[in-house]
Design a binder for this molecule. Sequence first.
Ligand SMILES: [Zn+2]
Length: 564
Amino acid sequence: MPKLAPSGKLLLMTTQKKRLGDILIDCNLITEEQLKEALGFQRDRGMKLGEALTELGLVTEDDIIWALGNQLNISFIHLNPDIVDTEVSRMITPEFARDHKLIPLYKAGNQLSVCMVDPLDSRPVEFLEGKFGVIVSVSICTAFDFEQTYSAVYGPLDVQEKVADGEIDNTEKQNFERGIPKGMEGPEKVINYILGQAIINKVNRIHFEPSEKGVLIRFRSNDVLSRKIEIPIKVHHEVISRLKKLSQISERDLSREGIIVGHFRVTVSNRQVNIQSIFYPTVNGEMVILKLSDFGSIVEQLGRAGKSAIEELITAVKTTHGVLYITGPRESGRTTTHYCIISSYDAETKKMVTIEEPVVAALPKTTQIQIGSSGIDNARSGLNLALMLDPDVIYLDHLSGKDLTQEVAFAALGGKTVLTSFLAYDASSSLVKLLETDVDPVLLASSLCGVANQRLVRVLCPKCRQPAEIPTEMLDLINEEDKSRQIFKPRGCEGCNNTGYAGKTLIIEFLPANATLRQMIINRQTYQDFRSFSRKQGIKSLEEKTLDMMLNGETSADEFMRLF
Ligand SMILES: [Zn+2]
């Protein structure tokens, strides 16, 4: 199990991370107005902010590197001799620079900025801080850039005179050459560092993207991918095999072609974070995506509205039993809802079994069966196994086909509570889809607890949202008296990572089973019938709920149109 903190220093640096734009403003290099201009330019051209700023002639690359050095964080830079202060470079011996692949760039006050190929090695940093009484900030560069710059600053790599001054204990040095250690210590360090950074920054996805030159590691948080770090291909191979080991990928999985999925857990500051790892071969090497889910924080992020919507489902499923179908499009948060319901049961008195493909996160005191492992080849054999385990609650993540739908309904009639899921647009169409499986409608009706359909709606950042007009194509959907209401659109600020949105909330359309609904199912009634029945029951559709959110300034018209 990887632990956090390869070095306390690096983590401290991370927590003080600031955005490039704000750093440049703080350093009086650009104004707020110029930043806005550059952000617009950047978005239009799909380039990095730094590139946009230099392209517009607002700052030079050196300005940026200098400013970045002022933030206590590791930044990737294109190291070249022009950004090295020759006087500062003489603070260390060429030998020290070569052995640790480190070049000091400049010194400002008691701050020393250095560039390293392997910034995960904290020992030379500690050495420099001890020797010169400075605070060292580290940036990362490619080995190629390092070699070019080294030769220009200190002379050719091979013909260095051996100078003992400034040398630190090098007994372990070989282990860290080029960041590729013997054994597994190196990849572990890399993984710990990356996961530590990701968890502290509330990142939910980490992408490892191999190219011919190296591997780019990018973090996604709040729907934005940001470039974080680059590692050499060779380290990447070791990182991958370590990640596979952590993810408990079996030999059998390794011999399989295509996507391999596994999962593991890390504990950071008493928070358990579940990580789903996805490995996929590309022409340049294996691509990895790590999906982080901190179950506690997901539930926190759902907000009060989302939580009370789930509460309603929990109450229903505990009083009515039967099958609760939770539907929605992809990425609508269905797994989260299921997991919330499962974890609401008392594990001391109830037995919960899940059948998943893949297991997304580990649930405490729950038996989780992964399809594709230990002889469980499909959902049906998973369900059979689950039923043999004498469960009270069963969760089957993907329901499809007549046989499975029928088995699930029979299990519910046998007294089990069943949670299951499939793709559907709304609650009414979910019922129609169930009828289309051709399972006996009497069976479907008598085993039904209810149908819930859901969406995750992005919530506007309250700090930076700006007034907007209701789009003309939406006017038909809105009541006359609401047409004059002020709605808002996203803008983007530091608080929301320039996305304009501050998290997501969950909305659910829940249609609980009752005598009328059961009869309607037995009669095989139509989509329109179910829909108007639902409205008569006073159940708002998800479109209506999202429109309300838009009219209350909680979400944007764009978000409505993205969802419906
Ligand atoms: Zn904002």
